[in-house]
Design a protein around this ligand. Structure first.
Ligand code: IVH
Length: 671
């Protein structure tokens, strides 16, 4: 019985973990683990569910397609669901796929189409009478986001299909991606501007497609490849391989090569050939898709709730190597998160030396049973940090002991908690010197307050000497304080003090980013800075307002709300403003013409029934409006509450529209 409980718990944890990674990958575009690692989690869950059918649930991630819908788009139902694909990294499983189909369809060799698997985002392109009318993302497979305006910016996608005018409905399924070249070009520009770089082309393509402003999308060149069909009326196909010819004749972009072969052995040869040339494709390719070529046989084979039985993807493994794990150390992040790190005997993977790899969190160590002194398989995939994949247990020494994460934290003297329902351990107080150092390093970095001369070494000394116990102490430093430190003379000390002083006028986004709020990077900080204008307005805002901002996802909103509701944080910001004299004002001049209240000026007067004046101000600013203090002919609206005085009279005299709180909310689209 106890064992059954253990299994139920393992299954539950795996499901939660998979859902968390799905979210990070599809919604936040910030994956923590590589695709192969994610696929392994799913596989482990599948195996457990197969062994213990008692625990099968219809809403398990093994039964449904991940959801990539984002706020701000209209949801549209698919006429024909958009499914996922079963995948494997293993030749034997690929051959099993063929055996299953033979059992279903008869023993003779099946005809297959082998194509590159494009690492992008699935899209449904709808043409009526040969005219492009709508583009919908996969969403949850049943319903997706209408991203038509964004897809229209793709230059290689034809608006009309010559010769298809007689076809009532054509749903073309394909993949949106960004070329490596475009990705590198955008990153090079960002680097030149001192902005953080994007992680990989797939994340950038996904983040771009989910932009609410098509003008932003048009600036980043997205591309599309077409490979399949959804609903169709007015044309019939019999073979999968016909699609490519038709698509091509209509001017739709297709894969440059596919292999139509008979029997699974020939499929394998095609895969090997494709692996040899995939570096030349313009799109990122992470594997191969193998499909039954005969469309009637596809129908006969059918699908599960998640994926067709007539297709499978074979993915190319990431690069791996074996090495010795010497020690598990704990890394402290600037938010106080404690991440276990494997210190490795250096080993070369995919052309670079790897000496450290992440172990992610306590649950991952337990799941893989990673111990100090083990031989492990380390993997490096794409831009993701190297990770320990598994232990080679046959090489384990007899006296090895399981790694006890909480015990190690105790030995290190870390006073930490694991928040229930979460996988991370965090330091309880923020007084740990390492965390403080990370915070200050980040605050001073080029990407944040850009304080020249305040690098790692200096920060360490300031903290070790007790000169700085909080960010605010930086602003009380005097040149004399620095003279006792290593490598400081009068000139360098004065320079640093001046650089710190100059940072008082830093742009608001630099300050927001410098605070190190989880999930809020420089990009998000800029959006917030432009929308709110000042720290006061931002810290007063409500979650609905944050959520309505294009580019701020629900997780980010949650993180901001949590940050500002913390007393210590709120006080620090207050003191930095009042005592240290930081300006905290937006200086980016980027008026958002598409915002609902762009160009409108408001004056607030009197007491509103539900909102404080700061809240009303934050909402107006978030919608692109301006708030001023005196009424003039230029004022667009006066918002009046009870006990409104001379401003209301003046507005009435000038014939300016007066709103109450409800009318303001209506204008903001919040009623
Ligand atoms: S056929 C029912 N062909 O991979 C799904 N899909 O991991 C049949 N993909 O959702 C899809 N390249 O977005 C097909 N040549 C290709 C593909 C491809 C990439 C995507 C597709 C699918 C996902 C599954």
């Amino acid at each position: 019985m106890a064992e059954m409980n253990d299994i139920a718990q393992r299954i539950d944890r795996l499901r939660k973990e998979i859902e968390r990674h799905e979210h990070l990958y599809r919604i936040e575009n910030l994956p923590e683990i590589s695709d192969p690692e994610f696929d392994r989690l799913v596989k482990e869950l599948e195996e457990l569910e197969a062994e213990y059918p008692l625990f099968i649930q219809t809403d398990s991630p093994t039964h449904k397609v991940g959801d990539d819908r984002a706020p701000g788009f209209i949801t549209v139902s698919h006429r024909v669901p958009m499914q996922s694909l079963d995948n494997t990294y293993n030749k034997e499983e690929l051959f099993d796929f063929d055996k299953r189909l033979k059992r279903l369809l008869g023993d003779s060799d099946q005809e297959y189409l082998v194509e590159p698997k494009i690492d992008g985002l699935a899209i449904n392109l709808i043409y009526e009478q040969g005219k492009f009318v709508q583009a919908i993302t996969r969403g949850n497979g049943q319903q997706g986001d209408d991203v038509t305006a964004n897809v229209r910016t793709i230059r290689t996608l034809p608006e009309t299909l010559p010769g298809a005018e007689h076809i009532g409905l054509l749903e073309i399924r394909g993949e949106i991606y960004m070329s490596q070249e475009e990705f590198e070009w955008i990153n090079a520009q960002r680097e030149a501007e001192g902005l953080p770089k994007f992680m990989n082309p797939r994340n950038l393509a996904s983040g771009t497609l989910k932009q609410l402003d098509p003008k932003v999308v048009a600036k980043r060149r997205l591309e599309v490849v077409c490979y399949g069909l959804g609903a169709v009326e007015g044309i019939e196909f019999t073979k999968q391989s016909q699609l490519r010819e038709h698509f091509s004749s209509w001017g739709l972009p297709v894969v440059e090569r596919s292999w139509c072969v008979s029997g699974i052995d020939s499929v394998w040869e095609a895969i090997e050939e494709l692996d040899g040339i995939r570096g030349e494709f313009t799109y990122p390719t992470d594997g191969v898709v193998i499909k039954l070529n005969d469309l009637a046989s596809q129908v006969e084979a059918g699908s599960t709730s998640k994926a067709p039985r007539w297709a499978i993807s074979y993915k190319f493994a990431a690069e791996q190597a074996e090495t010795l794990l010497k020690e598990i150390t704990i890394q402290i992040g600037r938010t106080g998160a404690l991440t276990p790190v494997a210190e490795l005997e250096p080993v070369e993977i995919a052309g670079s030396k790897v000496s450290r790899a992440t172990l992610h969190n306590e649950d991952e160590i337990q799941r893989k049973d990673v111990r100090e002194g083990d031989w492990v398989v380390v993997e490096k995939a794409g831009e993701i940090i190297p990770a320990v994949v598994r232990v080679i247990t046959s090489k384990r020494s007899l006296d090895s002991k399981p790694f006890n994460f909480p015990l190690r934290l105790e030995e290190l003297g870390y006073d930490a908690v694991r928040v229930s329902g979460q996988v991370v351990w965090r330091l309880k107080s923020t007084e740990n010197p390492v965390q403080l150092r990370r915070q200050i390093e980040h605050f001073a970095s080029r990407q944040a307050m850009d304080i020249e001369g305040l690098g790692k070494e200096v920060v360490k000394q300031l903290v070790d000497h007790g000169l700085v116990r909080d960010i605010i102490d930086l602003y009380a430093l005097r040149a004399e304080d620095l003279l006792g430190l290593d490598k400081f003379a009068e000139k360098s000390a004065n320079n640093l003090i001046e650089a710190i002083a100059r940072s008082r006028d830093a742009d608001l986004w630099r300050f927001i980013h410098g605070l190190g709020i989880p999930l809020i990077g420089a990009e998000a900080a800029k959006l917030l800075s432009i929308r709110f204008g000042s720290m006061g307005a931002l810290s007063q805002t409500r979650p609905e307002v944050l959520n309505s901002i294009d580019g701020i996802g629900p997780k980010m909103t949650e993180s901001l709300v949590e940050y500002f509701s913390n007393q210590v944080n709120a006080e620090r910001i207050q003191r930095l403003y009042q005592e240290a004299g930081l300006r905290m004002e937006n200086q980016l001049e980027v008026p958002d013409e598409t915002a609902t209240l762009a160009g409108k000026t408001f004056v607030l007067t009197g007491t509103l029934p539900n909102w404080t004046r700061d809240q009303a101000k934050a909402s107006i600013q978030a919608a692109g409006g301006k708030v001023t203090s005196s009424v003039s002919k230029k004022t667009s609206f006066v918002v009046a509450g009870s006990e409104a005085g001379s401003k209301l009279t003046k507005a009435q005299n000038l014939g300016i529209t007066v709103l109450d709180e409800d009318q303001l909310k209506e204008l903001l689209g919040e009623s």
